[in-house]
Design a protein around this ligand. Structure first.
Ligand SMILES: [Zn+2]
Length: 295
């Protein structure tokens, strides 16, 4: 069963098929969400930032020869070739010139077995993390390190999964497509502002449908200009937290009407908080299922 070709056991239209396959992979939810965002082309690549008129130049900062699109960052750039060269055979002689990650994933799903696709997605995720570090002045690890890290990461994750035997409970069967979450989680967030606006604290809690706390966070926030800014920042922090700890379907519940309206709007936010709202909207689009509720 594990060696089975991915495409064979995932029917339906392309987008649904890709998500169904991603969802069945034995990888952390945050990596699945990353892959889904990559396929939907909503990662903040230079090309996407140019399209959103945030920057003017889309050139790849590593090879400088092509625009920095998602498929370029994760697959086509010279900087990736050494990574893929040291990876699975099929990825070594991988197809290039594909239009986007969506096409690439479709192609790889045709070719790869489940565990190979798992490894490829983790490698792509590590490339993305490293890419962002390099752009901000960090250094490239050698490709051998990245591939070794991907394997160790996957082994560790899967060992823990097997140890707790959560597979049957939390992971949907590899044979069925599950369009809606089986349990509805609710994310609430809160903010406290101290000493004028000098100090803020953010809190977030995820509860299941029985009201039991599944995860909670308390974090120091930066100084803010007004309490509304603090609300927006707390909301972003809470969604980041929920995604990081592995929730990819939940209801975001909040009592600040301008925050809740802004984040659930399909339009670009033109206010001073536009950047933060943009981040939040992008994270929400990357989730498997989400609903925003004003209380
Ligand atoms: Zn490049």
């Amino acid at each position: 069963m594990r060696r089975e070709n991915v495409a064979k056991s995932s029917g339906g239209c392309a987008g649904k098929r890709i998500w169904a396959a991603l969802w069945k992979l034995k990888i952390p939810n945050k990596v699945k969400v990353f892959a889904w965002r990559a396929c939907n082309d909503i990662l903040p690549t230079k090309m996407n930032l140019v399209n959103r008129r945030i920057i003017a130049d889309a050139a790849c900062p590593i090879c400088t020869r092509f625009p920095e699109t998602t498929v370029h960052v994760l697959w086509d750039c010279d900087a990736d070739q050494d990574v893929w060269a040291g990876s699975l055979k099929l990825l070594q002689r991988g197809k290039h010139g594909l239009l986007d990650m969506f096409q690439l994933m479709e192609y790889l799903m045709e070719q790869l077995a489940w565990e190979d696709l798992e490894l490829m997605v983790v490698q792509a995720w590590l490339i993305w993390t490293q890419w962002n570090r390099v752009i901000h002045g960090g250094r490239f690890h050698d490709p051998g390190w990245l591939n070794k890290r991907a394997m160790e990461y996957l082994e560790d994750y899967q060992a823990i999964q097997n140890q707790f035997d959560v597979d049957q409970v939390q992971q949907p069967s590899r044979d069925s497509w599950k369009p809606l979450p089986s349990s509805v989680y609710k994310l609430n967030f809160d903010v406290a502002v101290f000493f004028g606006l000098d100090r803020t604290r953010f809190g977030a809690v995820v509860r299941n449908d029985k009201g039991e706390v599944m995860a909670a966070m308390l974090a120091k926030g930066p100084p803010v200009f007004c309490s509304e800014e603090a609300e927006f920042l707390a909301c972003r922090k809470a969604i980041e937290f929920a995604t990081d700890v592995g929730f990819s379907e939940f209801i975001v519940e909040g009592d600040n009407s301008s925050v809740m309206q802004a984040i659930s709007s399909p339009n670009k936010d033109e206010s001073l908080m536009g950047n933060v709202v943009g981040d939040i909207q992008q994270m929400l689009r990357g989730l498997y299922w989400v609903n925003v509720e004003f209380t």
